[in-house]
Structure formats: C-alpha cells, structure tokens
Design a protein around this ligand. Structure first.
Ligand code: ZN
Length: 120
C-alpha cells in the first residue's frame, strides 16, 4: 500500500522516505515548516553535533505528527527513518515547554501497541 508524500511525488510508506526526500528538506528549511525553537539544550542534548542531529529528528517527527492523525511508533519510524526509540524520545520532547508544550495524546490499540496524536 502506498501513501503519497505531501512534499513530493514519492511514497511515504517507503521506509525512511523523509530522510531522502529533497522536497521535505526544502520544506524544513522554509519558515512555515520550522519548529518554533531554535535549538535544544538540557538533558537530552550534550553536544552541538547531537543537537543538530536530534533537532532534525524532532522536525521529522513533528512534520509527520502535525497532520493530527493517529500514528504508531513503527509508522513514525518508517516515515522518518529514525529508530522507534528515538521517535519515542522526540515525542516526549514535543511535550516539553521548551519544545512547544504540545499535547501528545496516546491510545491503546492492542497487544502492547500504542498510537500517538498531536492535538496541539
Ligand atoms: Zn517526499
């Protein structure tokens, strides 16, 4: 099953598409797709290099989440190309005041599987 990429003619269901998608990268650079935070600090980010890498991760997760639909960690990992553990950590980041204090809802699907939704 394919899922059209909102940024190019590509297929979002291809694992890691957002990592390869030039149109997505351009959108991230554009102001409308920019997160309202300039940089990370604190416990998660110790080095500038890590900060840039994790900031890019956060942008990818946020860009998939901002459709306000329900997403599993596996689906988010597939779309962003980031490991599920990293996606989970970035979802926690999005809840933090310094990263926008977003509301991330969580609901149980089955057999230990959860879905997440960005409601604000
Ligand atoms: Zn694309």
């Amino acid at each position: 099953m394919t899922e059209p990429c909102p940024y190019c003619d590509g297929d979002m269901s291809v694992p890691g598409h957002l990592l390869e998608c030039k149109a997505f990268r351009d959108a991230v650079e554009a102001s409308e797709a920019r997160l309202p935070w300039e940089r990370f600090d604190g416990e998660t980010f110790s080095a500038a290099r890590d900060g840039a890498r994790l900031y890019a991760q956060l942008q990818r997760v946020w860009l998939v989440m901002r459709d306000a639909g329900w997403h599993t960690l596996r689906e988010l990992a597939g779309k962003t190309g980031d490991p599920e553990g990293s996606v989970s950590a970035r979802l926690r980041d999005l809840r933090k005041q310094k990263f926008g204090a977003h509301d991330i809802e969580r609901r149980y699907v089955e057999r230990g599987l959860w879905e997440y939704r960005l409601s604000r």
